[in-house]
Design a protein around this ligand. Structure first.
Ligand code: SF4
Length: 255
């Protein structure tokens, strides 16, 4: 009960912060984004963002970098908003930044990120052609008093993901991709709000509904690249999933 109450309080605080961060901007951004509530699954923002998608994305990144709405914000070195093309057909979503990402403020730049680059290249995609982000924007640590220690990573908690959820939903509303690929069980289950193991979720198309979007987005869960580093036998499954994505994109990968 206490955890749920704390999560609800964090979500309220986040929505308040987002409204404050954006209320000066407003009106109609571009196409789909302008038609939707700006943030959050339950808290429609009173306004939409003005300017270009790039300006809206920059404002969102500034809000994330200023955010302290959950405990992860206290120990991080850098928040990691996400990066890539705002016109991407595919958004890749992991669970949260690790040590390397925390140091650089960029998503998927460590060993798992290098593997993700190779996975993208295997189906003709590049980091510039997609968008890459995480469920939480700050580094979840086992011991927050040692932010520079290797091996200090942990998955984000459900409360932390709920507190941060408005940001990833805002990014999805901004980009409106054709496809979402969730990387790993933590991100897949959190975004879909279900408990099915990743071994059963992976490789099967799902529909992701988001308030304010005219149509659901097709979502494909697969394993996280970090899992492939620990268990190379999972690579075949990810390759099959990437072929599924490539086929959906039209067979040639990057449009
Ligand atoms: S993880 Fe998300 S909600 Fe928590 S402090 Fe960072 S940006 Fe804010």
């Amino acid at each position: 009960m206490r955890a749920a109450a704390e999560a609800a309080a964090l979500a309220r605080e986040l929505r308040r912060h987002l409204r404050d961060a954006f209320e000066d901007d407003i009106a109609s951004v571009s196409t789909n984004f302008a038609k939707t509530p700006a943030f959050g699954s339950s808290g429609a923002a009173p306004t939409a963002l003005t300017g270009s998608k790039e300006e809206a994305s920059q404002k969102l990144a500034e809000a994330i970098r200023a955010c302290r709405s959950c405990p992860l914000g206290r120990a991080r070195r850098n928040a990691v908003p996400g990066e890539g093309s705002l016109a991407a057909d595919v958004v890749f979503i992991g669970e949260g930044p690790g040590l390397d990402e925390d140091r650089l403020g960029r998503p998927f730049v460590g060993r798992a990120g290098q593997l993700l680059d190779r996975i993208l290249a295997s189906i003709g995609l590049s980091r510039d052609a997609v968008y890459i982000a995480n469920m939480v924007k700050c580094h979840p640590m086992k011991d927050s008093s040692s932010p520079d220690s290797r091996g200090n990573d942990r998955p984000p908690s459900p409360d932390e993901m709920e507190a941060c959820r408005g940001y990833i939903e805002a990014q999805i509303r901004l980009i409106v991709p054709r496809f979402i690929v969730t990387l790993g069980g933590v991100a897949s289950k959190a975004l879909l709000r279900e408990e099915t193991p990743i071994s059963k979720l992976r490789g099967r198309w799902r529909e992701f509904f988001l308030e304010g979007l005219a149509a659901p987005i097709r979502l494909l869960p697969t394993y996280h690249p970090a899992a492939l580093l620990r268990q190379p036998e999972l690579k075949r499954a990810v390759w099959e999933d990437m072929k599924t994505l490539r086929d959906a994109l039209g067979g040639s990968g990057c449009p």
